[in-house]
Ligand binder design. Structure first.
Ligand code: 5GP
Ligand code: ZN
Length: 136
């Protein structure tokens, strides 16, 4: 299903032009308009899903397989030194466009980007508690 007024639905389905790196029946891969680094790309499923939570498992698996192929090509053709896959879900996590997408961000030595988090304290009791919640 496409969602009316969803910009990524319109881009993924070719209604709005984009710099497309790859396309098949399930996905379109485009260059991000405000790239973090040279080659920053977005993997967009053609079917609308707001986020990972409502993405079919089959599409999620195919997105990762595609990310691997794009990553290989970026390393080969752009000569990147590293690469981040980033996938935000929900405003709190930094998602600004509510159509599932995966960022493929080639990294270059000294590119000045910081993608990451501040490591927290190791609290054994808390780790045990969370492990129990997520495994029971
Ligand atoms: P998010 O913050 O939701 O994970 O990422 C959204 C990304 O989409 C941002 O990196 C932003 O630059 C990119 N973006 C937003 N609108 C457009 C657009 O119309 N075209 C392209 N190519 N990228 C877009
Ligand atoms: Zn959409």
């Amino acid at each position: 299903m496409k969602k009316e007024d969803c910009i990524f639905c319109r881009i993924a389905n070719g209604e709005i032009p984009s710099r497309t790196l790859y396309e098949d029946e399930m996905f379109r891969v485009i260059l991000d308009l405000s790239p973090a680094t040279r080659g920053h790309a977005l993997i967009l499923p053609k079917q609308h899903a707001d986020s990972l939570y409502d993405l079919p498992e089959e599409t999620a698996a195919a997105a990762m397989a595609l990310a691997k192929r794009i990553a290989d090509r970026m390393r080969q053709r752009l000569g990147c030194d590293g690469l981040n896959l980033v996938q935000n879900n929900g405003k709190t996590a930094g998602q600004t466009v509510p159509h599932f997408h995966m960022h493929v961000i080639p990294r270059y030595d000294g590119d000045g980007q910081t993608i990451g988090w501040v490591p927290g304290e190791t609290v054994e009791k808390e780790l045990d508690e969370v492990r129990d919640i997520l495994t029971r």
